[in-house]
Design a protein around this ligand. Structure first.
Ligand SMILES: C[S@@+](CC[C@H](N)C(=O)[O-])C[C@H]1O[C@@H](n2cnc3c(N)ncnc32)[C@H](O)[C@@H]1O
Length: 244
């Protein structure tokens, strides 16, 4: 069903290109803000997210990646790092059946962590106002996770962008590298990690770090990720415990 919804979005995408709305003019907004509003209005993934009750368009990135690589299965435990506003957690809840909507399937668990407040979602356990890089958050998660382990760690985390591309890239790389510490404590051997990064000079450092801890690391760029953006994802599979 989700694959079907995703394909529908792709359908919307091609048709809206023909119906693209002219740039909007909103009084009191800067040029950059006007461009952002115009882009949102014309974005088929924004429209589809609204129609399908996702909290934001990023849901389609995870849907597409998961349709291809099948990370999320009923019954598994997932940690969603940088979960706010909660669209990836919505996808994870559906796919691991943590709200128990499919009584014939095993029930999984979704734990979302964010520096910000995350509005509650049935089937997800949100740790709002927490830093995922903090050992205190790791301990809290360890106590909550069944058997103290997660099967999948998702990270769509991003620092507040400064506008300096290289600086933002470096900050996100170090945030992603800190997820290796989280994995060492809480990821089951054989588990997977999906993390967003912005491409730049230190991308190779992140890939090397992930490759030491996981057997298989690949770069993924879903269609919902804007072509012009430096955003990519590393999908790291088959975690080797005690890789340090
Ligand atoms: C792009 S948003 C995530 C969107 C989310 N995947 C969704 O689908 O709704 C990035 C989030 O990362 C969070 N974040 C950044 N640094 C963090 C940290 N150290 N710990 C937890 N969350 C963090 C931000 O607060 C922000 O809400």
């Amino acid at each position: 069903m989700w694959t079907c919804l995703y394909l529908q979005v792709r359908g919307i995408h091609s048709s809206t290109r023909l119906l693209k709305k002219a740039p909007v003019r909103v009084k009191g907004k800067s040029g950059a803000e006007q461009r952002w509003i115009t882009r949102q209005i014309n974005d088929p993934f924004v429209k589809a997210a609204h129609l399908q009750h996702f909290r934001c368009r990023s849901a389609f990135k995870l849907l597409e990646i998961d349709d291809k690589y099948h990370l999320l299965k009923p019954g598994i435990s997932v940690i969603d790092c940088g979960a706010a506003p909660g669209a990836w957690s919505q996808v994870a809840v559906q796919r691991v059946n943590s709200a128990g909507e499919r009584p014939d399937s095993t029930r999984g668990h979704v734990f979302g962590v964010d520096l910000l407040h995350v509005v509650p979602l049935p089937g997800a356990n949100f740790l709002s106002n927490r830093d995922i890089t903090s050992p205190a958050t790791h301990t809290e998660l360890q106590k909550l996770l069944p058997e103290a382990y997660a099967d999948v760690i998702l990270s769509d985390m991003a620092p507040n962008a400064t506008g300096h591309r290289e600086l933002d890239h470096e900050r996100l790389v170090y945030m992603c590298l800190s997820l290796l510490e989280l994995a060492e404590k809480l990821l089951r051997p054989g588990g997977s990690l999906l993390c967003k990064y912005w491409d730049g000079a230190l991308t190779h450092k992140l890939r090397e770090g992930l490759s030491r801890a996981f057997q298989d690391v690949k770069t993924v760029k879903p269609n919902a990720s804007r072509k012009e953006s430096a955003e990519f994802y590393f999908l790291a599979r088959t975690f080797r415990k005690t890789w340090i």
